[in-house]
Design a protein around this ligand. Sequence first.
Ligand code: A5P
Length: 228
Amino acid sequence: MLAPMPNQDAAKEEAGRQAATYVEDDMRVGLGTGSTVRWTITALGEMGLDIVCTATSVQTEVLAGSLGLHIVGPDELGALDIAIDGADEVDPQLNLTKGAGGAHTREKLVAEMAARFIVVVDESKLVPQLGPFGTPLEVLTFAPAVVANRVLALGAHEVVPRPGLSDNDNLLVDARFGPIADPAVLAAQLAAIPGIVEHGLFLADTVERVVIAGTDGVREIVRADLGP
Ligand code: A5P
């Protein structure tokens, strides 16, 4: 677990609110899950824009609805102009680990529906290599031990089950691989295991920018091939 930074809550609010400035009237907006993007959702509620949103979890749907945002299912929108979400780890290429909140399956679907995917974090989430957090996996309840053995065979030294079920009524586990040398390779290997509904590795090619709040204020990193 990464060490919390001083004033981490204030940093989350700052990053979350800055990301909301990318949203404009008439946009179709994907809303992520977690304590940082909660501030984006709060800001959107305050801004009173004419937008339609889709939510990545029941928790976010309830929050956004309570703030007066118009929420519909992804199928009603088909595509999104923008999605904004948090992350658990961000590497220098902008690959992400997501899923601490168990919402990564819906989060990945919504991120990939969006023309622009913006990530909001405090700087404690920046890591030189993905892995220390663990890799969240959503797994069918049908044969979790079979899946765990396949994940161990890929090099995980531990597969830790979480209590409860996801919003999709599946199991959640955390696979511990240690530092991940090549997230794209591991992502492909995990995607090929039957019974894994979705893994929490989000590759950089889906990410436009990361909004990062730290002790010196907010900064943004845009994916290298998109320019400053
Ligand atoms: C939810 O499943 C995760 O992917 C979150 O987006 C992630 O855990 C970020 O949450 P915080 O902003 O609370 O750290």
